[in-house]
Design a protein around this ligand. Structure first.
Ligand SMILES: [Zn+2]
Length: 411
């Protein structure tokens, strides 16, 4: 069993901004006090205080500050993490200065014992004995293992968030023994194959979104270059550009999330225990890029998709491996003959293997991973999946909240 942490962010209404600002200021005072006593001791006496001594001192010093005592301790811990990073980095860079910055505002931290999830999804954050707790509306279901809650501020959006870290147990015991090869591409962002099944994810919507974003972005840059920096019109345009990018990014993420969730559900329904993802370095050679900007976007996309697949698959006990060898979509997966095709079907002139052109890459990944040549019989025609805003996971009820899925074993 290994555990992994997923972080959920819940924005809070603007009307509460001043209250949260005050809280972050209180945290800033405690953090800055921690910095200053450690700095002072080091300067006067030449040694670094221990974390226990500092925590005791801070708890006494800050007893009237209306925050939970664990919050205060967590702030001291946060500083010691920064200090530890400094000691480590100092080994290679002796000019480095210690982290002695004293911020006015700081992240407010609630450790698990100060957090309770009520039945309706409201988080109850304790502020310490005798003080009113803080209530935050969330969509978290009952029974999740909340490790930590943080109040953070996003300067760009002028928005406060509660970020909630939830722990999940990953299953190391595998559910199935089949292997799926996953090929990431441009026309089809994801193609997955087992020995007898193939699933193709349509890239139309995604590519349209990416192209539209590029076009609009260039348009914004062109308009901005004609305005005087700092002027009212310039600032307005910058704001509009930021809003636009945020919106399209959300749309793109939605597609990627729906596709990867669908893929993991499909793997479960097929009894697949291992997903082999093709090495991303190989992609460069197989895709015609018409610009370096395009290349960058696709590299980002491949990285993002493979990260999502890995994170989601591992929550449900499907292993993900990266085939660290180049593969190609022009090699026959059965006999290894090279063959370029211009139609949708790949037909090997040497051995007669026939299959969908886009599935050949995924077959070759399985072959690379298992080290065996495939004995491919009659291939089922690939299943195509097209994005829609209602696209669901093929295995019903699969959700990150239900990482243990008994029913998957029988299907
Ligand atoms: Zn062949």
């Amino acid at each position: 069993m290994s555990r992994h942490i997923k972080v959920y962010k819940f924005p809070v209404p603007y009307t509460h901004n001043s209250q949260y600002k005050e809280l972050m200021q209180l945290a800033g005072r405690i953090y800055s006090k921690t910095v200053s006593i450690i700095k002072k001791t080091h300067k006067r006496k030449g040694f670094w205080l221990s974390i226990n001594t500092t925590q005791k001192y801070i708890l006494r010093w800050a007893q009237d500050i209306p925050l939970h005592s664990q919050t205060k301790q967590a702030l001291v811990e946060k500083y010691f993490e920064a200090l530890k990073g400094y000691f480590k980095a100092r080994k290679t860079n002796s000019d480095l200065k210690p982290p002695f910055r004293t911020p006015k505002y700081f992240v407010v931290i609630w450790k698990n014992q100060a957090v309770r999830l009520l039945k309706d999804g409201t988080l109850r954050l304790s502020m310490g004995n005798g003080r009113n707790p803080l209530y935050v509306l969330t969509t978290l279901p009952q029974g999740v293992d909340i490790r930590r809650v943080e109040l953070v501020y996003d300067r760009k959006q002028d928005q406060y968030f509660f970020s909630v870290a939830v722990a999940f147990e990953s299953k190391t015991e595998q559910l199935g023994n089949k292997v799926a090869g996953v090929d990431l591409g441009v026309i089809h962002p994801i193609v997955a194959s087992t020995e007898d099944q193939t699933i193709l994810y349509n890239g139309g919507e995604l590519n349209a979104k990416l192209q539209y974003r590029n076009k609009k972005h260039a348009e914004f840059q062109r308009k901005l270059s004609k305005k005087k920096p700092g002027s009212r019109r310039y600032r307005k345009l910058v704001k509009a550009k930021r809003m636009f990018l945020k919106k399209t990014q959300n749309q793109i993420n939605d597609i990627l999330h729906k596709y990867t969730t669908h893929l993991v559900g499909w793997c479960l329904s097929q009894g697949i225990g291992t997903i082999a993802v093709g090495d991303l370095r190989g992609i460069r050679d197989r895709v015609d890029y018409n610009s370096t900007a395009n290349q960058k976007i696709h590299q980002w996309l491949f990285r993002k998709v493979s990260d999502l697949i890995k994170a989601k698959a591992e929550t449900v006990g499907v292993k993900v491996v990266f085939a660290r060898e180049s593969y190609t979509s022009q090699t026959c997966p059965v006999c290894g003959a090279k063959h370029k095709t211009s139609t949708r079907n790949f037909k090997c002139p040497d051995c007669g293997f026939m299959g969908h052109r886009d599935a050949v890459g995924a077959f070759n990944i399985i072959k690379k991973y298992t080290g065996e040549s495939l004995v491919v019989g009659s291939l089922a025609y690939p299943v195509g999946v097209r994005y829609s805003s209602h696209l669901c996971c093929p295995v019903s009820m699969w959700s990150p909240w239900k990482p243990t899925i008994e029913w998957a074993r029988t299907s």
